[in-house]
Design a protein around this ligand. Structure first.
Ligand SMILES: *[C@@H]1O[C@H](CO)[C@@H](O)[C@H](O)[C@H]1NC(C)=O
Ligand SMILES: *[C@@H]1O[C@H](CO)[C@@H](O)[C@H](O)[C@H]1NC(C)=O
Ligand SMILES: *[C@@H]1O[C@H](CO)[C@@H](O)[C@H](O)[C@H]1NC(C)=O
Length: 414
């Protein structure tokens, strides 16, 4: 039985914290965080330099400003290693790749070039753009705020829908003049689905691939899921207020450890009880992952995700009081994102795993249900029995199983 629910997110965090802590506890291994972990790194030792150009690919660092003033970092891999492979001599089609919560764009680049999604796509003749969400290590700039200020962290995934995603879409579109294929993983699927359901990006979007889709999150019957969803909404708001949620920080790790004291929560068997039992990870890649992630996000974002788990609807951030909601939305309840409103002719590819603890099969079923009026020939669904959450980004066989399908799907959208 795959333990369901997103706020296994908290479990996810626990896992990361527990895996990361032993390293930092033994001071001597600190240095092993090495170049990948450079805080506040500039473009000089950014993602292109550490993870892309070393393999012989061209890679550009870009900065993109959101309407609410955040400056986001993006990487572009404009071509494959073997130049001239551009099928049919047409202009290369742009692909935008959006990571999930608590990680950044580097998670796509931790395997070998033959196994990494962005490089595979570049080698197949696409123009690849990698997004980095606000608050993650290379996207911590703002026109007037800095990450030390609380206002910098005053956002949830609603703002990723209404500001981050439009900014990167506009930028890629302005640079390439072409409609964009979107790929999202985990929270990257939720913000895509929410955004497309509101009709955003419609004129710039060619098709969308959702890996480990997260939308409905109501199947939270694991002990830890329940505990963490409740804890996140209640305790953590009191504890942190509007602030950075940094899994590597002391405050968060103490909080997460306290969750482990709840009955039924086994923090020693986290790896499988949490993202699910990933079938196909390379242990050196996992090590690299732990050196690079997790990345900070905002507490408000975590609370919003917990609300999504608790309330079983995909809605905007709930201010917790009817009068506050009224003030923000003009309604006493937060407005919902209606997934059924995604244009029915948008080509969509969905790939989900049978062992995925964050994207539970029953919740994916609810998502598919809300897409039941989608044009049948525009919806491609793949189910991978053995896959869990991280296999989709780091699986050693993801190329054969998933990425080939994505490439085929994109190539079919002429
Ligand atoms: C966060 O933004 C809301 C408006 O969306 C505002 O009412 C609130 O005062 C802000 N809080 C902080 C700490 O900046
Ligand atoms: C696992 O990663 C290491 C280091 O990058 C690499 O040498 C090895 O070939 C990888 N194994 C598989 C099965 O991909
Ligand atoms: C979502 O929109 C569809 C029509 O597109 C409508 O039938 C359905 O009732 C809506 N759902 C909600 C919860 O409002």
């Amino acid at each position: 039985m795959a333990p369901p629910g997103l706020l296994s997110l908290a479990v996810f965090l626990c896992l990361l914290v527990f895996l990361v802590e032993p390293h930092s506890a033994y001071g001597s291994s600190r240095g092993s965080f090495g170049r990948h972990n450079g805080a506040a790194a500039s473009a000089v030792n950014g993602i292109c330099a550490t993870s892309v150009t070393i393999y012989g690919y061209k890679c550009q660092e870009h900065e993109v400003k959101t309407q609410d003033g955040y400056i986001l970092n993006m990487q572009r891999i404009p071509q494959g290693r073997v130049v001239g492979g551009s099928a049919g001599g047409n202009k290369k089609q742009p692909i935008l790749i959006q990571h999930g919560v608590l990680v950044d764009g580097m998670t796509w680049l931790l395997n070998s070039p033959e196994q990494n999604l962005p490089m595979i796509l570049a080698d197949k003749g696409f123009d690849v753009w990698i997004a980095n969400t606000r608050g993650t290590r290379f996207s911590r700039k703002h026109v007037s705020l800095d990450p030390g200020q609380l206002e910098f962290w005053n956002w949830s995934w609603d703002e990723l829908v209404s500001y981050d995603l439009p900014a990167v879409f506009d930028f890629v579109f302005s640079q390439t003049g072409q409609k964009i294929h979107y790929i999202g993983h985990s929270l990257g699927t939720l913000i895509g689905l929410a955004s497309f359901s509101e009709g955003h990006q419609a004129d710039k979007l060619k098709s969308a691939a959702f890996l480990s889709p997260i939308a409905y999150l109501s199947h939270m019957n694991t002990a830890l899921g329940m505990v963490s969803a409740k804890a996140f909404v209640g305790e953590i708001t009191k504890l942190f207020g509007v602030a950075e949620f940094n899994p590597k920080g002391q405050k968060v790790s103490i909080f997460l450890k306290s969750l482990c004291n709840y009955p039924g929560v086994d923090c020693y068997d986290l790896l499988s009880s949490l993202t699910g039992k990933n079938c196909c990870l390379n242990s050196s890649t996992v090590e690299l992952f732990i050196k690079n992630e997790p990345q900070p996000t905002s507490t408000k974002n975590m609370v919003h995700l917990a609300q999504t788990v608790r309330d079983g609807v995909i809605a905007k951030y709930n201010y917790g009081r009817p009068d506050y909601n009224l003030m923000h939305y003009g309604e006493s309840k937060p407005p919902i994102y209606n997934i059924s409103n995604i244009p029915h002719d948008l080509p969509i590819f969905i790939s989900y795993g049978g062992k995925d603890a964050l994207s539970d099969v029953r919740d994916v079923q609810l998502l598919l249900d809300s897409l039941k009026f989608h044009d049948v020939d525009k919806l491609m669904i793949q189910y991978i029995k053995d896959y869990a959450h991280a296999d989709f980004i780091m699986g050693i066989n993801a190329n054969d199983i998933v990425y080939n399908q994505i490439v085929q799907f994109f190539k079919n959208q002429k």
